[in-house]
Design a binder for this molecule. Structure first.
Ligand code: UT7
Length: 336
């Protein structure tokens, strides 16, 4: 029996990194390949450009993000206990992308797993990682959100191809005995009744790849945009307001809302319901589009690099995505 004394700790983010592929696809590019316009994309979504990874799979995005984190912080690969990769575009069914990342960076003492939570994947992985830290068994848990959405986007479908981009971002979780810092609360949900609103039909065990599935273009994202929009606006706002209430937070207390970046109109509706102003919202959808599991850590990385996140800042992280999956995390930023 393990008789080790377990201290009460929170998990806090102590390092951060990101990776964005160099290739930029701007709205003009999409005007050339489908019937769309820069004006439609900007006004309906807020997106101006997005990135595309030209060589390799999601493990490249995840590995580069972790390498960037290690450069930024001095973390050594052998110090890493666990690597969690949130993604819906793993390099392959198995082995897990986390294994590929582990080998790529030489994290010889780490175990890890992939987590499939779509656009809420990073929040689900953050909670899982925080729980591993709070168990007392692990001291350094890396949580990565990475997706190569270009690998499942149908570039003949104007309703989806303009929306998505490729990126990866990573955070390091470590314990803190100062419970005023780190991850304070999480409200997370699945609602599988939305399974047919946003999905990729083929390639899984229910509909394995065949000539027919390829001919019918079933290995691409399908989205009923309006249906998802309606539930996303309500779901993301409800859960964000709920976590504020549960933690007695007023709009003034919140330094930033860090929302999933699917649509600027969904983000604004969430901020409005929370009563917070535009300058309290992390926004980078214009530069990167919807990068699925990467949007939230990418937002944190961008704002931290820009000197906008300060130690003690109260942050609400919120997401809504395929599944449906949705949720909010309340954390107090602890990096200087
Ligand atoms: O991250 C995971 C969760 N996903 C989301 O949260 C996404 C939620 N949904 C959305 O963000 C929006 O529904 C979209 C951005 C996907 C679409 O915006 P919308 O305002 O809901 O447009 P719509 O689907 O109602 O389409 C309006 C019109 C349609 O034409 P008609 O039928 O009115 O003639 C579409 O065919 O816009 C047309 N349309 C386009 N036009 C030009 C759809 N896509 C395009 C396009 N360019 N790219």
């Amino acid at each position: 029996m393990n008789t080790r004394e377990r201290k009460v700790v929170n998990a806090q983010i102590t390092a951060i990194g990101k990776y964005l592929p160099e290739k930029v696809l701007d709205n003009k590019y999409f005007e050339q390949i489908v019937d769309t316009s820069d004006e439609w994309i900007r006004t309906r979504t807020g997106i101006v450009e997005r990135r595309k990874l030209e060589e390799g799979g999601t493990s490249v995005l995840a590995t580069r993000a972790l390498e960037n984190l290690m450069e930024n912080s001095g973390l050594k690969p052998e110090e890493i206990d666990v690597i969690i990769v949130a993604t819906v575009t793993p390099d392959m069914f198995f082995p897990a992308t986390s294994c590929l990342v582990q080998d790529n960076v030489g994290a010889k003492n780490a175990w890890g797993f992939d987590l499939s939570g779509a656009c809420s994947g990073f929040l689900f992985a953050l909670k899982a990682g925080a729980s591993l830290i709070q168990s007392g068994d692990y001291k350094k848990v890396v949580v990565i959100g990475a997706d190569k959405m270009s690998s499942i986007v149908d570039y003949t479908d104007r309703t989806t191809c303009v929306l998505f981009g490729d990126a990866g971002a990573a955070v390091l979780l470590e314990p803190t005995e100062d419970l005023d810092y780190g991850i304070q609360d999480a409200i997370l949900h699945c609602d599988g009744s939305g399974r047919d609103a946003l999905y990729m039909a083929a390639g899984g065990s229910a509909m394995p790849a065949s000539h027919e599935t390829v001919d019918k273009r079933l290995h691409y994202i399908y989205q009923d945009g309006q249906r998802v929009f309606k539930v996303a606006v309500k779901g993301m706002a409800d859960v964000s307001v709920e976590i504020m209430k549960r933690n007695n937070l007023t709009a003034e207390d919140v330094a930033y809302l860090v929302p999933h970046q699917a649509n600027l109109r969904i983000i604004s509706a969430t901020a409005n319901r929370m009563g917070i102003s535009e300058d309290q919202v992390v926004i980078n959808i214009d530069k990167y589009g919807n990068t699925t599991a990467a949007t939230i850590p990418l937002g944190l990385a961008d704002y931290y690099e820009a000197g906008k996140l300060k130690k003690g800042d109260k942050l609400i992280l919120s997401a809504f995505g395929a599944g449906y999956t949705f949720g909010s995390v309340y954390l107090v930023w602890s990096m200087d």
